[in-house]
Design a binder for this molecule. Sequence first.
Ligand code: BG6
Length: 490
Amino acid sequence: MAEFVPVSAFDLIIVGGTGDLAQRKLLPSLFRRDCDNQFTDDSRIVGASRTQMDDAAFVQMVCKALETYLSEEALDDAVWKRFAARLHYQVLDVPESAGWQSLQQRFGGSDARTRVFYLATIPSLFGETSRQISSHGLINGHTRIVLEKPVGRDRETAREINDAVGEHFDESQIYRIDHYLGKETVQNLSALRFANSLLEPLWNRTHIDHVQITVSEHIGTGNRTQYYNRSGALRDMVQNHLLQLLCLVAMEPPLSLYHDDVRNEKIKVLKALRPITPETVKRATARGQYAAGAINGEAVPGYIDELGDASDTETFVAVRADIDNWRWSDTPFYLRTGKRLPHKASEIVIQFSKISHSIFPESAGELEANRLIIRLQPNEGMMLTMATKEPGPGNFQLRSLPLNLSFNETYDVRYPDAYERLLMEVLRGNPALFMRRDEVDSAWAWIDQIIESWRDAKMGVQSYVAGTWGPSDSVVLLDRDDRAWFQSDL
Ligand code: BG6
């Protein structure tokens, strides 16, 4: 069994402490970690935001949030008592000095404690928040700053933010969140690739025909429509989550799991991505936007109706990514993600090459190439398809059957939320699961080129009916290469 290693005394200040992320993810995740006794008694959690309230009102707000976002069994009374005693609140308007001074007086005392600032605010405040933290003498030898995504909306704005934060914090103190890196099954990719002697010799262009990475969601843009409309699926999902998954599948074996060893390998993959230009963009990408349709039999409105305005923002994107290096040359990675698709599922499909010569008669049926499916969520697990002979005395019939590994069925444990792990890694001072500045920069460089190419090639969005797998261009993208999306029945 994995052990829970306690972290040393800390003050965690959540700027944006009354916001949606704090209530939905951060505070429930911290409570969960407290349930496993990972915090010292004197560790403190401070909510900070413009909302006028005192400590007692904050405790009440957190109590409600935990009741809303955690199951009843998770809410242990004894732990809640301990957790509530850690909670503090500070009224804080980032540009105004008053709140910072008070924060300094209340929590600036000991330099021996870990002090983490979690910036769950809009990115345009990251620079000013860093300046205020610094000018109020709140940076000690154990201070870290966590930046929620999105870090910028293109390479230039990301650079501005990173420069502004970098004026006050060393890169080793900056933790850029990509919550996919905290997911259990994403972590399992390292075990799959580097703890099994079976796969690594096959993990290259000679044996793998192509890779598909799908992150589908059945939800629409909900109450984030205004933010989403300025972003779109490419910026919101591909720039970070899908490219990180691509890196973990495609990177060379790192020297160790030490943070920079892994990040040095990931950055090489990002730099090897072939640029998509106005000449290639129509063949290499598909852009879609959902129209009214139905999910699980329930009617849902189209994106434009939800937004209440005309828009060319994509809610679906598919991209053929080519990695120009020795290992992956001519082995495309097809990425797709979208809102209002039939269901929520994230999976990676490694499609192995066909056998080079068949000894079986045509009557034996079609020989399917092996396929490894890594299911990140839901029903976490892996499946490897193998060709077998159908039993029976008749003629020789081939049939592809799955070797199925279900983590849910194998391990009788709860899958922790990604933020539980990520928060603990910040408190421990281990940046391995966070994005280094050069990764963000290179990812944006590739994404910016796609966005510019869409504009130059005047490539608008193609409509798809909510509850289907995206626009027809997405099918054509693979069909053109004589391939098809693997449709999982998760
Ligand atoms: C976020 C995106 O980063 O990831 C959201 O901004 C998306 O639009 C979410 O819904 C998906 O995360 P998960 O963990 O539910 O797959």
